[in-house]
Every structure is written in C-alpha cells, then in structure tokens.
Design a protein around this ligand. Structure first.
Ligand SMILES: [Zn+2]
Length: 197
C-alpha cells in the first residue's frame, strides 16, 4: 500500500486563514502532512506527499499526480487523504462552529466511505467531534475535485475551524498538531488492515 497525502491549498490562497492571521491553512496543512508522512514511514508504510511546493498547485495537476501514482502502483494499492481546515464564514470574523469532519464524493466507493469512518472514529477518540450534527454514517458527502477526480479511495479531512478562536489556539499548539497527525495515521493504519494488504 502507498499512502498519498495532499496538503490542499498553497501560499497564493491568501484568504484561507484565521481572522487574526496567526493560522494559515496552506502552511498548517503542509506541516501536518509532513508529520503524517513521517509517522507513517516510522510504521514502515510507504507514504508520499504530492505537493511539496509552497505555491498553489491546481486541482487538475494534483489529481493528475495522484492518478499517475495509481497507474504506477495499482489503484487498489493506493489511498489518498487531503488535509484541510474548515471555515464557518468567509467574512474575516470569528464563528462558533467547531469539530472535525471527513468528506467523500457523492459517488464514493465503499472503501472511501470505510476509510472516512475509520478516520472519524479516531477523531472521536481524540474528542474532536465538535458542536455540529454528525451524519449517521459518520462521513460527510461533498463535491470536491480531489476526491471526485482521483481513482483510488480518497477522503478530504476538514481539521477543525480556522475561524474558531479556541480551535485556532489548539491547531497552532504542538499538542493539536500531534493529535491531528496521529488521528490520520491511526485511521490510515486501520484502513490498510481492513483491506487485508
Ligand atoms: Zn481547504
């Protein structure tokens, strides 16, 4: 199995930040993606980040990079996670929404859905459910290119909210980063186990 990690936006997506500009989604996602890669490698798992540049790489290009790896290693040997931070508004204000969510495509495979559920179980263990209602199947469904246009099982994670003050403090803390990296690693390890590979 090869774990493909996408860290979403780049430095050019300036608007994706906390109202006080302490937290930038692109920067945080790169840091946490690197932690996830390092921890997976420490478990002897093959892991690769598809965007090592700081700049924005188009969704089309990111999907092509994922699908090239699927062609190289076999789609059933690949799994993709795309790391993000949610936002409740785009108005530069603080909001109250909190919590973790994992998103799959409307036409997602059963593997993608199971992967999202296994990630959610780890978020729950870390007490990151938040204050919004959780779908009964414990995954969220959305039309995101990175999970729609890629061939392997894929989940987009929204790791808490960049416009919630307490969550921004948590996301910027060493504990927050380590906890969120760990929930991805545990969810990925459990997913790999569940495939029998
Ligand atoms: Zn994002």
């Amino acid at each position: 199995m090869i774990v493909i990690i996408d860290n979403g936006h780049g430095v050019n997506t300036a608007g994706k930040c906390s109202p006080d500009k302490r937290l930038y989604e692109w920067k945080w996602a790169r840091e946490v993606a690197q932690l996830i890669e390092d921890k997976l490698k420490a478990h002897g798992i093959k892991a690769v980040r598809i965007v090592t540049e700081d700049t924005d790489i188009s969704l089309k290009e990111r999907c092509q990079r994922v699908n090239a790896l699927c062609a190289q290693h076999g789609t059933s040997n690949c799994v993709l996670v795309s790391v993000h931070i949610n936002a409740a508004g785009a108005d530069g204000q603080w909001h109250n929404a909190t919590g973790w969510s994992g998103w799959v495509d409307p036409n997602a495979s059963s593997n993608s859905k199971r992967f999202a559920q296994l990630l959610y179980a780890e978020a729950e263990k870390a007490k990151l459910q938040g204050n919004r209602s959780v779908p009964p199947y414990k995954y969220w469904v959305g039309n995101f290119a990175i999970v729609r246009d890629t061939k392997c099982p894929a989940v987009l994670t929204e790791n808490l909210f960049q416009d919630n003050k307490a969550e921004v403090d948590y996301l910027l803390s060493a504990e927050g980063k380590a906890t969120i990296a760990k929930l991805h690693v545990e969810g990925i390890l459990n997913y790999i186990k569940s495939t029998g590979k």
